[in-house]
Design a binder for this molecule. Structure first.
Ligand code: GDP
Length: 299
């Protein structure tokens, strides 16, 4: 119910339009499918994904010999679930020792907030959490992380603004060992100065982690802002080139009418969506479930 509520704007943009189309269409014909495709594309489902969805839907309608427009509703939901199949997965865990999670993404997408929420989730599970403030370029990011860390009861390892991110991570890894941490969350720079810079910085952070924990990081979470729609896809493609991304966190689903982007991301990126942000509060981070998402959208 909470997810459905946070998808209110997207529901206005997709669900209500689909409902209107269903109510005003007399039969399931080309025009119906074309209008449906248009609705999906406008809600940021993406052209290729929308086309594929419609093709699958056409096939399903034919196969099931559906003639009543009303019956299409359930089929749409099924096709949305099936096109997103395999796109959700739980967070990876270290078999032993601390689970190391690197968090990457462009500034402003909600990286800091997501780290705070994640730390909170682990603290609630009774885990010892250390956060490394390795985005040393922004003093504000370090301060923000400090506030989150204090709020949730996690330790923060930080240096001065402008310090070497590698040095911060080195200290954080040592602290994780000394304090027997269960989880180490590493913030990284989100300044898209040049791709090479970003790549080098992220690679360096990774190397420092791997000097101590060879199988780490266990997750490289890419944070994407749902309100940026199709832009999120290009950011994801960039970060895929920069570093190995193991999971996506899609933030601000609550604030956007472009929630269709979830379907595009699930279908086009070949990286599981692990978490979604549905608000600014500590508890507003959810495991992503494709089924739950489709259910919240089309019921
Ligand atoms: P960063 O620059 O990537 O570290 O971004 P921040 O974590 O500072 O977040 C930028 C803004 O987005 C802040 O005002 C956050 O409160 C807000 N924000 C982050 N995640 C969410 C979310 O899931 N929903 C909403 N509504 N706001 C969010």
């Amino acid at each position: 119910a909470r997810l459905k509520k946070s998808l209110a704007k997207t529901r206005q943009n997709i669900t209500e339009k689909v409902e209107r189309l269903i109510k005003t269409s007399r039969r399931i014909d080309d025009e119906f499918f074309e209008e449906l495709e248009e609705i999906l594309i406008q809600a940021d489902v993406g052209v290729s994904t929308a086309m594929e969805l419609i093709d699958n839907l056409r096939r399903a309608v034919k196969q099931k010999k559906i003639t009543e427009v009303d019956e299409v509703r359930g089929l749409i939901k099924q096709e949305v679930v099936s096109i997103m199949e395999g796109s959700d997965a739980p967070l990876n865990k270290a078999p032993e020792g601390p689970t190391v999670i690197m968090v990457v993404g462009v500034n402003g997408v909600g990286k800091t907030t997501t780290i705070g929420k994640l730390a909170y989730r682990f603290k609630r599970e009774g885990k010892k959490v250390i956060i490394a403030a390795a985005d040393t370029f922004r003093a504000a990011a370090i301060d923000q992380l400090q506030i989150w860390a204090e709020r949730v009861g996690a330790d923060l390892i930080k240096h001065q603004e402008g310090a070497d991110p590698g040095a911060v991570v080195f200290d954080a890894v040592n602290a994780a060992q000394a304090r027997r941490a269960d989880v180490l969350i590493v913030d990284t720079a989100g300044r898209l100065h040049t791709k090479t810079n970003l790549m080098e910085e992220i690679a360096k952070v990774k190397r420092v982690i791997q000097r101590t924990y060879a199988d780490a990081p266990h997750e490289v979470l890419l944070v994407l802002d749902a309100t940026t729609g199709q832009n999120a896809i290009s950011q994801a493609n960039l970060f895929k080139q920069v570093t190995g991304v193991t999971g996506i966190v899609l933030t601000k689903l609550d604030g956007t009418a472009k929630g269709g982007i979830v379907i595009a991301i699930a279908k086009e990126l070949d990286i599981p969506v692990k978490l979604v942000g549905i608000g600014e509060g500590l508890e507003d981070l959810r495991d992503f479930s494709a089924e739950e998402f489709a259910e919240a959208l089309f019921s």
